[in-house]
Design a protein around this ligand. Structure first.
Ligand SMILES: [Zn+2]
Ligand SMILES: [Zn+2]
Length: 275
């Protein structure tokens, strides 16, 4: 196994995750033979943005941010010499909230070693929708957008906008799960090809020197059964010299390092930016 770093891990600060402690995640990483982990909790949503999911639990609370940073710091000290621990965040890119996001990053950036920029929320005529929340919400989204193809277009356009957005000096340098729109693909099969969109995202990542989150969570989502992004896209990314960074997207400690064998072939010595 070449992958030694799981760079997408959630924590008990996530209100929709598990109560597993940061120590549980670190111990699981050591058991899995990893050398390094990054905690990437969902950053607080911008001030004034209303979380559209029913329990408004998409991200950690702004009031918890400093406690989160302190907890990461404490973990680094506790595991020094055994496991490299990085302090990170998974930051949402929300169309229309770039200024607020930039302001947040200006403040939080100095505390970060690593971060991911992800799209979960789509801006539609009926307001913002959390795309990956539930298959029923996804069905609603199809109605609102007009067709499945239009949902895909909106998603990839938003990911492209995230790659190009000016979010300041501390903008995350890695795009999260760039094919998350496929999460419910078994229930909503495509009658069109979305690979040109995926390639466009990868080409923009190459141009902007952004890395890609190679996220295996989709493999254990029953309606997806595929990692984000899929194999063809990973080949394209390597050909373009885009740096790949593995992430389990663990929301419980048993998922740390999950399914990394499935993508390990993309992390050989030949990879241009092997971690
Ligand atoms: Zn989450
Ligand atoms: Zn995510």
């Amino acid at each position: 196994m070449h992958i030694k770093h799981d760079a997408h891990i959630h924590t008990p600060f996530c209100p929709h995750g598990s109560a597993d402690t940061m120590n549980d995640y670190a111990e699981a990483a050591l058991r899995a033979g990893l050398h390094e982990i990054t905690f990437t909790e969902h950053a607080p949503l911008p001030d004034g943005f209303v979380d559209p999911v029913p329990h408004q639990d998409s991200s950690m609370k702004a009031a918890d941010l400093s406690r989160y940073f302190e907890a990461c710091q404490k973990m680094k000290q506790e595991y020094a010499g055994h496991l490299i621990i990085r302090t990170g965040l998974e930051v949402d890119y929300i169309d229309g909230w770039e200024n607020e996001t930039k302001r947040f990053l200006d403040q939080a950036g100095p505390s970060l070693d690593d971060a991911i920029l992800s799209v979960h929320f789509l801006r539609t005529d009926s307001g913002y929708v959390c795309m990956d929340y539930h298959e029923d919400t996804f069905a609603e989204l199809i109605k609102v957008c007009g067709s499945l193809e239009e949902v895909y277009q909106l998603y990839y356009k938003t990911v492209l906008a995230s790659a190009s957005a000016d979010l300041g000096k501390w903008k995350p340098d890695r795009l999260g799960h760039i094919t998350l729109v496929r999460k419910f693909q078994k229930q909503f099969p495509r009658s069109f090809d979305d690979s040109p969109w995926i390639q466009a995202v990868i080409d923009t990542a190459a141009e902007k020197e952004l890395a890609l989150d190679v996220n295996t969570a989709g493999l254990y989502k029953p309606l997806c059964e595929e990692h984000y992004p899929p194999e063809e896209a990973l080949k394209h990314a390597l050909a373009k010299g885009v740096r790949l960074v593995y992430g389990s997207d663990a929301h419980k400690s048993s998922q740390v390092g999950a399914s990394r064998a499935a993508v390990d072939a993309f992390f050989t010595e030949q990879s241009p930016f092997h971690l």
